[in-house]
Design a protein around this ligand. Sequence first.
Ligand code: IDP
Ligand code: MG
Length: 138
Amino acid sequence: MEKTLSIIKPDGVARGLIGEVIKRLESNGLKIIAMKMLKMNKEQAESFYAVHKERPFFQSLTYFMTSGPIVVMVLKGEDSIVKYRDIMGATDYREAAEGTIRRDFATDIEKNIVHGSDSPKTAEFEIGFFFNSFEVNG
Ligand code: IDP
Ligand code: MG
């Protein structure tokens, strides 16, 4: 069983899509083993997205991620990293497959509703960024 980090981004929360995202995760067999709502400050968003610090969209992305509350979750399941990325769809919603969260709800390459870890190493860093061991139930 593998763990991955999921974020419902500020656009997803503001648009009332928390329930819709969670329904898709649970109905695809991903188990939520930790969850909270919080609002990041700029410094926190910059350190979460540090791998992207040289990218042209870094300032815009980290500003967007601080624009409102987010819901962070740890998901557990078989191949949860790849499985959850399949449910999310491609980064650019115009390239995302039919029936994915981003294809159905994203409005922009940046405002794409959800985040998901991209590898076991990233998942470990990202889960530890938001949760301590007492908060992860499994
Ligand atoms: P991912 O979220 O699908 O893993 P990444 O390449 O890791 O995609 O990029 C992180 C986030 O940065 C994306 O989800 C999106 O919000 C934003 N982003 C990625 N590429 C662009 C871009 O070309 N312009 C603006 N924002 C971008
Ligand atoms: Mg990524």
